[in-house]
Design a protein around this ligand. Structure first.
Ligand code: IPE
Ligand code: IPE
Ligand code: MG
Length: 224
C-alpha cells in the first residue's frame, strides 16, 4: 500500500455545473465551496498531511471581471466565516501564488496564514493567482541573485512549495485532461487521476475511490 502524504487537486468544472443546473456560472463557484469543505473533512479522516487546492490561476485573470470579482468575494467571505473553525481543527493555511489582490484580501490572507502557522494536523495550500511557469522563473531569478548553484535540490528549495513534499496524488475534476500550469515541477512523479465529474458534483465517495486506487498502484520511480 502506498503511503499518502500529499494530495493536490485541480478543482475544475464549477462554471459548467452552475450553467447547467442553475443557469449561472457563479452559482457553480458557490456550490464548489461545499465540495471544498467535504474534501477537507475527508482528507483529515484519511490522515493526509498536505492538501493543495488550485483555486485561481495566473491565466484566470483573462475571465470577465464580474466572474473574477464574484470569486474573490466568495473567497473573502469563506475565510472570514471559516478561519476560526479551521484554526480550531488544527489546520494550517498556506497561500501559493503571488498575493496581488485588494489590500483587504491581502491582509485577510496574511492574517489567516499567520494565525494558523503553528498548526499541525493538516496543511492546506491554497493556490491563488498561481502559475507554475511564473513560480519557476521567480525561483531561477532568486537563485541567480544569490549565486546559488543550480541543482534539483536548490531549485525545490527556492519554489513556493519549499518544505512541502511533492504531491503523491494529483486529481483533476471536470472531465479535462490537462495540467493548466499547475505544479509542473512538483508532479514529476505524482499519480494523476482525471475525473469526469464536475467539481460541485465530486464527493467523498469519489475521493475515497481514487485514494483506494492510488494506494494499490505500483509506483516505480524508475526502478522495476
Ligand atoms: C474551476 O472551475 C474554478 C476556477 C478556475 C476558478 P471553472 O470556472 O474553470 O469551471 P469550468 O471549467 O468553466 O466549468
Ligand atoms: C484550472 O482550471 C485552474 C483552476 C482550477 C483554478 P481552468 O478552467 O482555468 O483551466 P483551463 O483554462 O480550462 O485549462
Ligand atoms: Mg475550467
Amino acid at each position: 500500500m502506498n503511503p499518502l502524504k500529499h494530495v493536490a487537486i485541480i478543482m475544475d468544472g464549477n462554471g459548467r455545473w452552475g450553467k447547467k443546473y442553475k443557469n449561472s456560472r457563479n452559482a457553480g463557484h458557490k456550490a464548489g465551496l461545499n465540495t471544498v469543505e467535504k474534501i477537507i473533512r475527508e482528507t483529515i479522516k484519511n490522515r493526509i498531511s498536505f492538501l493543495t487546492l488550485f483555486a485561481f490561476s495566473t491565466e484566470n485573470w483573462k475571465r470577465p471581471k464580474k466572474e473574477i470579482n464574484y470569486l474573490f468575494n466568495l473567497l473573502e467571505n469563506f475565510l472570514v466565516d471559516k478561519i476560526e473553525d479551521l484554526h480550531k481543527q488544527n489546520i494550517k493555511l498556506k497561500i501559493l501564488g503571488s498575493k496581488r489582490f485588494s489590500p483587504k484580501l491581502n491582509n485577510l490572507l496574511n492574517n489567516s496564514e499567520k494565525k494558523t502557522s503553528k498548526n499541525t494536523k493538516l496543511q492546506i495550500n491554497l493556490a491563488l493567482n498561481y502559475g507554475s511557469k511564473l513560480e519557476l522563473i521567480e525561483a531561477f531569478k532568486k537563485m541567480n541573485r544569490k549565486k546559488t548553484t543550480i541543482s534539483e535540490k536548490n531549485l525545490s528549495l527556492n519554489l513556493q512549495t519549499k518544505n512541502i513534499p511533492d504531491p503523491d496524488l494529483l486529481i483533476r475534476t471536470g472531465d479535462t485532461k490537462r495540467l493548466s500550469n499547475f505544479l509542473l515541477w512538483q508532479i514529476a512523479y505524482s499519480e494523476i487521476f482525471f475525473e469526469k465529474k464536475l467539481w460541485p458534483a465530486f464527493n467523498e465517495k469519489d475521493y475515497n475511490r481514487i485514494i483506494r486506487e492510488y494506494k494499490n498502484i505500483k509506483r516505480n520511480f524508475g526502478k522495476i
